[in-house]
Design a protein around this ligand. Structure first.
Ligand code: GRF
Length: 192
């Protein structure tokens, strides 16, 4: 990512599929003076995504895309990103895997947050794998998106100690809380 030169915030789109707590957190962050990004577009594949409410709440443009036809969806998303002059994309609980072609177009400009200490536990059910394997640490990672799932260069990662009392539910809560610190920090790291 090009380092920040002026005062203009980089136009950013956030892709979501669910609750959108990271989206809400990123919107709050984007409104701070120090934020290098502004959030100008919210994209979802899921009409029931709770996070879509933040588009109305914060007056941000939102758009739904059905991924029944992946090619069409990505083509239309590309067109919209271009139209809206979006230069940076944050995936935040987006449950579709973007194609190699799409990612190539935005090479180095799409990042994701993942609820594990990558490269450990790519994919789903990260917390149950931590519990099952009796891991000493859990955490989350912000990384660049590449064609291989959850495998792009790591930007920031943060861990904490798992206790004997921890469950999937408690880890979900703890990791999400940490994610809300990590995502803005990773964005700051990229731009400054
Ligand atoms: C987060 O745990 C994120 O790491 C994962 O999906 C979850 C999304 O949560 N990819 P939210 O929708 O931001 O609340």
């Amino acid at each position: 990512m090009e380092k920040l030169t002026g005062f203009k915030k980089t136009k950013t789109a956030v892709f979501i599929s669910g609750t959108g707590s990271n989206l809400k957190n990123l919107i709050r962050f984007s409104k701070t003076k120090k934020s290098p990004i502004s959030i100008n577009l919210i994209i979802s594949n899921n009409s029931l995504a709770g996070g879509l409410k933040y588009a109305d709440q914060f007056n941000i443009k939102k758009k739904l895309f059905s991924f029944q036809n992946y090619k069409n969806a990505e083509k239309n998303i590309s067109m919209l990103l271009k139209k809206e002059k979006i230069k940076f994309v944050c995936l935040a609980g987006f449950m579709k895997i973007l194609s190699k072609n799409f990612i190539k177009k935005y090479d180095g400009k799409i990042i994701n947050i993942h609820p594990s200490l990558l490269p450990k536990y790519k994919g789903l059910n990260t917390h149950s794998r931590v519990i099952k394997n009796k891991d000493k640490f859990a955490g989350c990672t912000v990384h660049y998106v590449t064609e291989n799932l959850d495998s792009g260069k790591i930007i920031l990662k943060k861990k904490f100690k798992v206790t004997s009392k921890d469950s999937v539910a408690s880890l979900t809560k703890k990791v999400l809380k940490l994610e809300h610190k990590l995502y803005p920090a990773a964005i700051m790291k990229i731009f400054y």
